[in-house]
Design a protein around this ligand. Structure first.
Ligand code: UTP
Length: 464
């Protein structure tokens, strides 16, 4: 009771007492929920964020220099990539690598009524996004590790229960993985005109996940960071649930990251057009950072350096590798990652407590982004990959021009074709072939399969 009073007076003193306006109408259960929601909010950080205003670009894109990157395509193995592969496989076999998949987003653009990870994308298999990513990790783990490999799955209030239920239904499907769903934090939505915390109903604050950058704090808060370290994990492979082409335990990438003794490694793809709407990875002095496309004017987007090369050529893929030590030190500083402001429509209630569905953005949502860690890393590595090998995100509902299930499935089928052809098989022009990781993990693996070079694929086939 004393705690409850203390909490309420702290919120009132901060000018946020409106969240208790309907206190007298609430049941004791509803009151307990509201108190718990408020207790979980870092009120001081919230007030500070509002007071300091939206995070405007703190870096000047005119000061950026071109990113130097290693290159890797599984279709073009080299002496260097063979060394990386060995080093990566050794690290995986030693239990020094873990995977984290962030799957806490609300997936508003996709408009799917379940967590995005449950969205079926396999072009012939109908496998879900979770299956596409985890089947590959499972197959690599099956071949390399003695103990189940840790795969952390960051969920949010919006996705946690259904994700856990889904993993329970899949029991036994990924026997070599230690799948660990854990919940990210939330941030209240603020009224855009006043900064006051919005209520979603009389007894509930309007909360939303605190962005993929919420990973850093959530790893620490849930104890997962400590557990990783106790298990001897030194490298964390980070990927996002909406990119089924990612090979989240790719030994070459892990080997490259380790050889460079990098704290944060990032995969980039060459932009198709200077004005493309993606985050741009560039250098600022000795530090790597992202510049949002919205922060680059036309002239700078096309700027060439002294060698005549485009400065902003590298698009972010949202695939990163971290040294655990680096993540752990970032997690100690709660303010390492800034909050970005997004104006959104958030359902709320009016002064009478009746629901209001805004027709225009009425609220500020606050999110942290994982890539804001880049400039904090003293040692970084960028690896240029082909989107066709590693990057085909599903962001939008069917019918949109880009990043849909259809574009993603086309990329998966094209990958299957290219890999089989690289292994010497022939694939008819009309044939559609989807590869399961159990059939082949990558072109190097496929080449070691006997007789594949003599095979011809004619029709539609899911190869397992
Ligand atoms: P996006 O920024 O594309 O967001 O997330 P989203 O929620 O999937 O989709 P929209 O913007 O609402 O349409 C990129 C990745 O980061 C994860 C998502 O689950 C996705 O894997 N993410 C995003 C989180 O884990 N938590 C968040 O708070 C936000």
């Amino acid at each position: 009771m004393a705690e409850e009073l203390e909490l309420r007076s702290a919120w009132e003193a901060a000018g946020q007492g409106q969240v208790f306006d309907f206190w007298n109408d609430l049941s004791s259960e509803q009151r307990a929920t509201l108190i718990q929601q408020c207790g979980d909010v870092n009120l001081a950080a919230l007030q500070e964020t509002w007071a300091s205003g939206p995070q405007l670009a703190t870096i000047d894109c005119r000061e950026a220099t071109r990113l130097e990157a290693e290159r890797f395509s599984p279709l073009e193995p080299s002496d260097k990539s063979s060394i990386w592969r060995k080093e990566g496989e050794q690290a995986i076999a030693d239990g020094r690598v873990g995977v984290v998949i962030v799957a806490g987003g609300q997936g508003t653009r996709l408009g799917f009524d379940k967590p995005k990870g449950l969205y079926p994308v396999g072009p012939l298999s109908n496998r879900t996004l979770f299956e596409c990513i985890l089947d590959r990790v499972e197959e690599r783990a099956r071949r390399l590790v003695a103990q189940p490999l840790v795969v952390l799955v960051m969920t949010s209030d919006a996705t946690h229960d259904e994700t856990v239920e889904y993993f329970q239904q899949q029991e036994g499907h990924w026997p070599n993985l230690d799948l660990r769903p854990f919940r990210q934090g939330t941030m209240p939505a603020l009224a855009a005109d006043s900064g006051r915390v919005l209520l979603e109903s009389r007894g509930r604050v309007a909360l939303s996940p605190d962005g993929h950058g919420g990973l850093v704090a959530a790893l620490r808060r849930t104890g997962e960071l400590e557990r990783l370290s106790e298990r001897g994990v030194e490298t964390l492979f980070y990927c996002q649930i909406d990119n089924p082409l990612v090979d989240a335990l790719c030994p070459e990438l892990i080997g490259a990251h380790l050889s460079a003794r990098s704290e944060m490694t990032t995969l980039v793809v060459r932009k198709n057009d200077p004005a493309e709407r993606v985050g741009n990875v560039a250098m600022f002095g000795s530090r790597m950072a992202i510049v949002e496309y919205s922060d680059i004017d036309q002239e700078n987007a096309r700027r060439l350096d002294e060698q005549g090369e485009l400065v902003f050529w590298a698009g972010n893929t949202g695939v990163h590798l971290f040294s655990l030590e680096f993540i752990a030190s970032a997690a100690k500083e709660s303010g390492t990652l800034p909050f970005h402001w997004a104006r959104k429509k958030v359902g709320t209630i009016d002064a009478a407590g009746d629901p209001v569905e805004p027709s225009e953005p009425n609220a500020i949502k606050l999110e942290r982004f994982i890539f804001d860690l880049m400039p904090h890393a003293a040692r970084t590595l960028a690896i240029e990959v082909r989107a066709a090998d590693y990057f085909a995100p599903v962001k939008n509902a069917e019918g949109a021009a880009s990043d849909t299930r259809a574009t993603c499935q086309a990329a998966m089928l094209e990958q299957g074709r290219q890999w089989l052809e690289a292994a010497g098989a022939s694939v008819a022009a009309r044939a559609r072939v989807e590869l399961a990781p159990s059939f082949g993990l990558d072109p190097v693996d496929l080449k070691s399969k006997p007789d594949l070079s003599e095979r011809a694929f004619e029709g539609d086939q899911f190869l397992t």
